[in-house]
Ligand binder design. Structure first.
Ligand code: SF4
Length: 770
């Protein structure tokens, strides 16, 4: 281990806070990194304590194989473990076909790993059955963004724009707990005279900062947004010039919203008409405005339509495609953004291309050196894949995910994992899912490897290796390369992250998320580079045919020129690309105006903003200022209507459960529950409920409560609060065992995004002893 300070990033959430790591002898400490613009040195407790897991006694440092004689996981050599995985995956494929092998990835994987995992699944295993836990995170916002704008980038503007806008409506986000350093953007907004409206069924620490807090019933955000749009129309607050010049589909969306008169919306949501009017006044009186959503409105069985309703409000009031205005999603997982761009999603290839698009398949196949027809088609979404385990999918490779805790209807998912013929897990600790495996591989952690992450702004960052991994641990890239070799892929895969990134850039060239102009050197020099960032044409001139001209640009301010074409470069690492140009040949056609966009449609391609032949593309911090990334450059309204959640209350289950996070734990808690300081701060789950509900069931503060749904039961101590609606209970989802909130949640899926309904299900609450 070297004695040095390394500038890097936190291993946890999508803010990807910058930090310095100082390695001195055997110790690693976090040192403030005030020069990084996103967090300016601030960190939450998770970031500050992140090094604890590097030297933790509970981390895995040797492979484990389940021994038939004992039925237990016991130490093994790497060779034995890798051979066992190859045999397990090959056995299922031989017996049942390639789609009997599944791959489940994670939103915490670096871009390089996510890319390589997708390539491994499709090229080596030949399976369509790959998806990842990011499906549970932001997929509804992604689908809604693509539907309206032709592109999905969490925030289409940098965080630094938020304090300078006039009004922010924050929907279903508790930034104060999920990413505390980001709260300063809202504090500065208010200091600058801007208004903050928070929509959340709980009066969270974030809601306490608001000028106006609306607390709708869970599952009614869509109706709320429709009611606001109705009022904006009725009060003449729409921006007709913007609608005329920059959008399509308004008459239909307008008509849909006009069916939601304020009194009806009050009945559906529980939010009073005066509050609705005040919200419209505050939002529309401000010269600029933003709507930011997070998991609250997104993790619903109508999450995509809910996002569309909020986007419709932005478009109708001219709060999109203009400076300091727009719709954005606050992505949650560390690489939730990059993780969905590079091919570990069931329906996508690198560059956010559609897997069923012939031109996209041809382009990526060239980069991978395979024939397009050998690439499988789209597979099942995350929950559907987990639900198929043991039935259609008989062997699974699981990386960086812990669905036993994080998936909905978790007891069922746990049973499906147990029913597999073969389960292999690569992780840093023996998570609840890893404990079920036949083989467990110990892999390197964030500070022990170099790789890129893409934060919630679309800023591509370099997480640098700061310390050496312990003996016995290998990187995920080494694991995938070794397995590729054992499964007959003679060329193998690169294990050098920078080389993989260069290949990823070529695979993404011309796609929605074009990384081809980004290099490690540029990221280092520029504190990150915003995609899209296409490479310049080579000195010899890129061969880009007219048919490959982007149908739409998504640029900050500017010129659209030859550099917009996403030309490929022949960088090192050169997987054969045949000397041909980027994706987007004649077969790559645009969707009809007004039609919901297919993810990965060509209209989302970026343009260079400098228009010169020699200067590198600067990256794109702000999207849509001139045109949206749709074929006709217009943003698309989508007419949507309210519908009930997958489950509504009744006599047996009269209360709604909503789930979420607490500041000292992260996702399934697999890592943070193993950090002493964090566990001391947040030792276990709890059931937050209103005093009226507590009185009704005879509960006092701290009493053990059981939250029971049609799927299962979760137990936690009562935390009584006037800050939650009387008809709602809240549980954080970070813990396994009897406190596992996801034992209760409902896997009802959004029809577009396939997002499960984590945020609302019907339960009864009772004293646990009864
Ligand atoms: Fe920053 Fe998120 Fe890490 Fe906390 S968990 S330090 S908010 S990146």
């Amino acid at each position: 281990m070297s004695d040095a300070t390394t500038a890097t990033h936190c291993p946890y959430c999508a803010l990807q806070c910058g930090m310095n790591l100082r390695a001195t002898g055997g110790a690693v400490e976090v040192v403030e990194r005030p020069d990084f613009p996103v967090n300016r040195g601030a960190l939450c407790g998770k970031g500050r304590t992140a090094p604890a897991l590097l030297s933790s006694r509970v981390r895995l440092t040797e492979p484990l194989v389940r021994r038939p004689a004992t039925g237990r996981l016991e130490p093994a050599t790497w060779e034995e473990a890798l051979r066992a995985i190859a045999e397990g995956l090959r056995g299922a494929r031989t017996a049942y076909g390639p789609d009997a092998v599944g791959v489940f990835g994670g939103g915490g994987l670096t871009n390089e790993k996510a890319y390589t995992l997708g390539k491994f699944a499709r090229v080596v295993l030949g399976t369509s059955q790959i998806d990842y836990n990011g499906r549970f995170c932001m997929s509804s916002a992604a689908a809604g963004g693509i539907r309206a704008f032709g592109v999905d980038r969490g925030l289409p503007f940098p965080l630094e724009d938020i304090p300078r806008t006039g009004c922010v409506i924050l929907v279903g986000s508790n930034l104060a707990e999920t990413m505390p350093p980001a709260l300063r953007y809202l504090t500065e907004l208010k200091e600058n005279g801007g208004k903050l409206i928070v929509i959340d069924p709980r009066r969270t620490k974030t809601a306490e900062q608001a000028d106006l807090h609306l607390a709708p019933r869970p599952g009614t955000d869509l109706a709320l947004a429709l009611g606001l749009l109705h009022l904006a129309v009725a009060e003449g607050r729409t921006d007709e010039e913007f609608i005329r010049e920059r959008t399509s589909g308004w008459p239909e969306a307008r008509a849909a919203a006009m069916a939601y008169w304020p009194e009806l919306v009050e009945r559906i949501t529980g939010v009073g008409v005066p509050e609705l009017r005040e919200t419209v006044r505050m939002f529309c009186d401000a010269p600029t405005g933003m709507v930011l959503t997070a998991r609250g409105p997104e993790q619903q069985s109508k999450g995509t339509d809910t996002v569309s309703a909020w986007i419709n409000l932005c478009l109708a009031t001219g709060r999109a495609g203009r400076p300091l205005s727009g719709y954005g999603c606050l992505t949650g997982q560390g690489n939730g953004q990059g993780g969905r761009e590079h091919g570990q999603k069931a329906d996508q290839l690198p560059g956010y291309r559609k897997l069923d698009d012939p031109a996209a398949r041809a382009h990526v196949a060239r980069v991978w050196g395979v024939e397009p027809q050998t690439l499988p088609g789209p597979g099942r979404s995350a929950y559907e894949l987990l639900d198929a385990l043991g039935r259609d999918v008989h062997a699974l490779l699981l990386m960086a995910s812990n669905p036993v805790v994080s998936a909905p209807r978790a007891a069922h998912v746990e049973e499906r994992l147990k029913s597999l013929d073969f389960l292999a897990v690569a992780d840093v600790v023996l998570s609840e899912s890893a404990a079920l495996a036949d083989v467990v591989l110990p892999v390197t952690q964030w500070a022990e490897e170099t790789g890129t992450m893409t934060n919630l702004e679309g800023r591509v960052l370099l997480r640098r290796r700061a310390v050496d991994p312990p003996p016995g641990v290998r990187s995920d890239l080494e694991v995938l390369n070794a397995l590729a070799g054992l499964l007959g892929c003679e060329k193998g895969f690169s294990t050098d992250p920078e080389e993989v990134f260069e290949e990823l850039g070529r695979a993404s060239a011309g796609g929605v998320a074009d990384y081809s102009g980004i290099t490690y050197a540029r990221i280092e020099a520029e504190d990150g580079v915003f995609w899209p960032c296409p490479a310049q044409p080579s000195a010899e001139g890129a061969a880009v045919s007219p048919a490959e001209e982007p149908a739409g640009n998504a640029t900050e301010g500017g010129a659209r020129g030859a550099a917009a074409r996403g030309a490929r470069t022949d960088g090192p690492g050169g997987t054969p690309d045949g000397g041909r140009g980027p994706a987007g040949g004649p077969g790559e056609t645009a969707a009809s105006p007004g039609e919901p966009a297919a993810e990965g449609e060509p209209g989302a391609r970026a343009a260079a903003s400098d228009g010169t032949a020699d200067a590198p593309h600067p990256g794109t911090p702000r999207l849509f200022l001139e045109r949206f990334a749709t074929p006709d450059g217009r943003a698309r309204f989508t007419p949507v209507g309210h519908r009930d959640a997958g489950e509504v209350v009744d006599e047996e289950y009269p209360v709604l459960l909503t789930t979420g996070r607490v500041v000292s734990q992260y996702q399934s808690g697999a890592q943070t529950r193993r950090v002493e300081e964090l566990t001391a701060a947040a030792p276990g789950p709890f059931v937050e409920l209103h005093p009226k509900l507590a009185e009704r069931i005879g509960a006092a503060e701290g009493d053990a409560l059981a939250v029971v749904s049609r799927r299962g039961r979760a137990v936690g101590p009562a935390r009584i609060s006037r800050g939650i609606r009387p008809d709602v209970v809240f549980m954080p989802f970070h813990w396994p065992g009897e406190g596992r909130a996801n034992s209760v949640t409902n896997p009802a899926l959004d029809p577009v995004s396939r997002m499960p309904e984590f945020k609302v299900c019907a339960v009864r609450v009772e004293l646990a002893e009864s």
